[in-house]
Design a protein around this ligand. Structure first.
Ligand code: FE2
Length: 244
C-alpha cells in the first residue's frame, strides 16, 4: 500500500514538474544584482526523484512554529508610522483549491524603508513601534489577513542607485515540501516597479503581474486602512514567481 502511495505521489510530482513554466520564474543571474551568481548554481539543474519525505512532509509545522499575531501595525501611541494597510491574501494550489493550514511568514521594511536587521544601514529611521515580521496560518478557506503599514522603498547598497519598490516578503510552508514558496508582493502603480531588478528578473509579463497586489476600491470600507487583496499560487503553471 505504502509503495503504491509513494509511486502515485511521485507520478503527481512529475506531473507538477511538467506544469512548471520556467518563463514564469526569475532568471538565475540578474544583471546589476551582484548577489545572484553566489546564490544560484552555475550549471544546469538535474531533475531527480523526490523522496517520500519531500512528498509527504513537513507535518504539523504549525505546532513547531509559533504563530505570531497578524496585527503588526500597533495601536494608539504604539502605532507604527506609515499608511495603515490591511492585506487579504488567499493561498491556492495549481487547481485553484484553497490551502488551509499553510504556515506563512512575512517580513517587510517600515514605512520609511528600513528593516530591523544588522545588515540594514542607517539611510532611514527605525520605527520603535514596528518590528516588521509576522507568522500566521491560513484558515479553512486558504486565507489570512495582516494589519500592517505600507513599507517604504529603500536603496540597495552598492548597486549604483537601484531602489527597491515597496514590497512584502512571504515564505510559505504548505502541507508538503512541494508547496514551499518564497516570494514577494508588490504594490500597484509604483513607478519603481518598472525598474526593479528582482521583479523584472521574471521574463513573463503575466507572471510579474501576479506578484502585484490589487487595491480594493475605498467605497464601502471604513477608510481607516488601505486594503489590498493578493493571491499566492504555490505550484503549477500559474505559480507565483519565486523571489529572494
Ligand atoms: Fe526586501
Amino acid at each position: 500500500m505504502a509503495a503504491r502511495t509513494s509511486s502515485a505521489a511521485r507520478a503527481h510530482a512529475e506531473y507538477l514538474a511538467e506544469l512548471r513554466d520556467e518563463r514564469t520564474q526569475p532568471v538565475r543571474i540578474v544583471p546589476g544584482y551582484r548577489q545572484t551568481p553566489g546564490r544560484n548554481p552555475a550549471e544546469p539543474l538535474i531533475r531527480r526523484a523526490l523522496t517520500l519525505t519531500e512528498l509527504t512532509g513537513p507535518g504539523q509545522l504549525e505546532r513547531r512554529l509559533e504563530v505570531l499575531g497578524a496585527d503588526i501595525a500597533g495601536q494608539g501611541e504604539r502605532r507604527a508610522i506609515g499608511q495603515l494597510m490591511q492585506l487579504h491574501v488567499k493561498v491556492i494550489d495549481e487547481d485553484g483549491a484553497p490551502l488551509p493550514g499553510v504556515v506563512v511568514e512575512m517580513w517587510q521594511a517600515n514605512g520609511a524603508g528600513r528593516y530591523i536587521h544588522p545588515n540594514d544601514d542607517d539611510h532611514a529611521p527605525v520605527d520603535p513601534n514596528f518590528y516588521g515580521a509576522a507568522r500566521v496560518l491560513t484558515d479553512e478557506h486558504g486565507a489570512f489577513e495582516l494589519r500592517t503599514v505600507k513599507p517604504g522603498a529603500y536603496p540597495v547598497p552598492e548597486s549604483g542607485g537601484w531602489w527597491r519598490p515597496p514590497h512584502v516578503h512571504f515564505s510559505l510552508f504548505g502541507r508538503i515540501w512541494l508547496s514551499r514558496l518564497v516570494t514577494q508582493m508588490y504594490f500597484p502603480g509604483e513607478p519603481l516597479n518598472a525598474q526593479d531588478r528582482i521583479l523584472n528578473a521574471v521574463p513573463d509579463a503575466e507572471a510579474r503581474e501576479r506578484l502585484v497586489a490589487h487595491l480594493v476600491p475605498p467605497a464601502g470600507l471604513s477608510g481607516k486602512a488601505l486594503v489590498f487583496e493578493h493571491q499566492l499560487v504555490v505550484r503549477g503553471r500559474s505559480a507565483a514567481p519565486a523571489q529572494p
